[in-house]
Design a protein. Structure first.
Length: 205
């Protein structure tokens, strides 16, 4: 019984400290799958997704799904409409979390939370990244200027109106500068597309 109790106590302590814990992290701490299954059966932990657990009374942030995604795909970066929503620059709430992954990375097999992937080159995946703490989880999110340039690059997928909304709000709210936006637009090869919109918004400011 002491062995079972020690696994339980260690598992609960780990969850209280990190809020969300993967099964592999429990294993690294010497906690067995059997012990976790017992805790789930007894209602002491909740399985959020395959191999991801949380306490049943944990406080959930409005960006909870982003924290889940980051925990499951630690090398991914929140991007496109999901990043725009995180920065408060759109009223749209995408039904799936947009996540950038490497151009040659294995496509993760995740059924929950609903994810949608965009492939980025190594330089684009590591440029313009910010780190934010959501529910004690470090979440990588592309910054505003980078996100806007990516939205223009993926305009046929996300819609040009979403890209324009992000550009308009970012400028009006002074969340970034035209120079910063143009820098990323040039890097992403969308400057010719974005330039007339940016010029029009600046002239009307």
């Amino acid at each position: 019984m002491h062995h079972k109790g020690s696994h339980r106590d260690k598992a609960l302590a780990l969850l209280k400290r990190h809020n969300m814990v993967r099964l592999s992290e429990f294993h690294l701490a010497g906690i067995t799958s059997t012990a976790i299954a017992r805790l789930e059966r007894d209602g002491e932990v909740v399985r959020l997704a395959r191999g991801l657990y949380q306490l049943p009374n944990a406080e959930l942030d409005e960006n909870h799904s982003l924290a889940e995604a980051a925990k499951l795909i630690p090398k991914g970066v929140i991007c496109l409409t999901s990043a725009l929503a995180f920065h408060g620059l759109t009223d749209q709430m995408p039904p799936k979390v947009w996540m950038a992954i490497g151009s040659k990375a294995w496509l993760p097999r995740v059924t929950y939370p609903p994810l949608r992937f965009a492939r980025f080159s190594t330089s684009q995946l590591h440029g313009g990244v910010e780190e934010h703490l959501i529910e004690e989880i470090t979440v990588q999110v592309f910054g505003i200027a980078k996100t806007i340039s990516d939205l223009f690059r993926y305009r046929q997928t996300v819609g040009i109106n979403v890209a324009l909304e992000g550009l308009r709000r970012a400028l009006r709210q002074r969340e970034t500068t035209p120079a910063e936006i143009s820098k990323y637009a040039i890097e992403r090869g969308v400057w010719k597309v974005m330039e007339p919109y940016l010029a029009a918004l600046i002239s009307h400011d």
